[in-house]
Design a protein around this ligand. Structure first.
Ligand SMILES: *Cc1c(COP(=O)(O)O)cnc(C)c1O
Length: 418
């Protein structure tokens, strides 16, 4: 029989192609292919947020010891319950409810393999036929990817650069309808580096309540706020509107490879329980595979024993890196900096293409920048804003300075002569 004549029944799931159009990893991989191998200077990675690669952002020994102790105890070699082990859930509940006006129970906490899995779980749970979800623009494309995989319609609302990247709440009301299930906020913000005020979060809560939708609060950068606005948990408004909060040790403890995150139901009125959402989350976790048990076992020690000086050191590094980035970028005529970051590890700046020769969009800017200067910067199109750039500043300060100087040289070299 001829090989070519078999009518194979398998084919790849085309939805994955659609979903993979979004994630940042893919765009960065494309940019990396353009690296000029004859440039002997080090490549400066301002594209993806992975500070763990920089020695100055090493995690605290407290966290490392917690993992070693958990592993050596031999108590965590077995399978964990699908929702996660009780001591870890309890310590997360206690840790979070210190800043809340009501109690959280361990039963409000579900452990996930990083917040990324939390996003996967929540979008799968919410994706009823015909439903839609409201996502921020610019945003974090993992949400778009999982919405696409789950056939959950996405509608975007804007974050407003001239208002410290606050949510355009009128826009939220315009795009929502009776099929809308939830809105997502990311605070402190990726990609904008903004921190929402208490008053703004309250308005978000009231808007969502009036629309009858729940709020998904992505607080993966929780407490990484270094400006004038303190970090406030969305969960403070749990009595106004039901909230699913996402958290993780990835960013605050700078261990994204440990894959430990959580979903918390901030819902003192039990709306989520009564609507079956909680039940569905548990069902989903029954068929999923969560974080490694010994990492779960380390959580109580990590949360309870990490001392303030580690957090202060991280915050100081980020504040200084944000300041350097903002100041240097402002010196470049073709780059518009509407907002000085106050949280997370990123900032968004806008390209004034009319001042550049032979560069027609953000992707072209980034490809040429990689080729000529070995600097990786994320084109805004990857996070939903064409002709902007997202710059990660959580790297070694000397590399940051080097990268910013190369961006400046690049922009001056490509400036239109008048
Ligand atoms: C990094 C990131 C995540 C995922 O974090 P993990 O806990 O490492 O999975 C989720 N949301 C946002 C906005 C992020 O930047």
């Amino acid at each position: 029989m001829e090989n070519g004549s078999t009518n194979w029944g398998f084919r790849a799931n085309e939805e994955l192609d659609r979903a993979f159009a979004f994630p940042i990893k893919g765009v960065v991989a494309t940019l990396m292919k353009n690296l000029n191998k004859s440039d002997h200077r080090p490549t400066i990675p301002l594209g993806r947020g992975d500070p763990a690669a920089s020695p100055c952002f090493r995690t605290t020994p407290v966290a490392e010891d917690a993992i070693v102790d958990a592993l050596r105890s031999a108590d965590f070699n077995g399978r964990a319950p699908n929702v996660g082990i009780l001591p870890a859930r309890r310590s997360i509940a206690e840790h979070l409810c210190r800043d809340l006006p009501y109690k959280l129970s361990p039963d409000d906490v579900y452990l996930t393999a990083g917040s990324k899995q939390a996003i996967e779980v929540i979008l799968a749970v919410l994706a009823r036929p015909g439903a839609n979800i409201l996502l921020p623009r610019p945003g974090y494309p993992t949400y778009e990817a999982h919405a696409a995989l789950n056939h959950l319609e996405v509608r975007h609302f804007d974050l407003l650069p001239e208002k410290s990247w606050e949510v355009d709440l009128d826009g939220v009301e315009t795009v929502a309808d009776h099929k809308t299930v939830a809105m997502v906020i990311i605070n402190p913000g990726n990609p904008c580096g903004n921190v929402f005020t208490y008053e703004h979060l309250q308005k978000v809560a009231v808007t969502a309540r009036n629309l009858g939708i729940l709020v998904i609060a992505d607080e993966v950068y929780g407490h990484l706020a270094f400006g004038s606005c303190p970090f406030v948990q969305m969960g403070v408004f749990g009595a106004t509107v039901p909230i699913l909060t996402l958290g993780s040790i990835s960013k605050r403890w700078i261990v994204p490879g440990w894959r430990l995150g959580w979903i918390v139901t901030n819902d003192p009125n039990d709306y989520l329980q009564n609507s079956g959402i909680v039940e569905s989350i548990m069902e989903y976790l029954n068929i999923a595979s969560g974080p490694a048990t010994f990492v779960q076992g380390a959580v109580p020690q990590i949360l309870e024993k990490t001392t303030e000086d580690f957090f202060v050191k991280t915050i100081n590094l980020l504040r200084e890196a944000a300041r350097i980035s903002y100041d240097r970028l402002k010196e470049i005529p073709c780059i518009i900096c509407p907002y000085k970051p106050e949280g997370s590890m990123f900032l968004m700046v806008k390209l004034n293409l009319s001042l550049l020769e032979g560069i027609n969009d953000d992707m072209e800017f980034c490809v040429k920048l990689v080729k000529e200067e070995s600097v990786i910067v994320l084109p805004g199109v990857a996070v939903g804003l064409t002709n902007w750039l997202r710059i990660t500043f959580a790297i070694e300060p000397s590399s940051l300075e080097d990268g910013l100087a190369r961006i400046k040289a690049f922009c001056f070299r490509h400036a239109k002569k008048d």
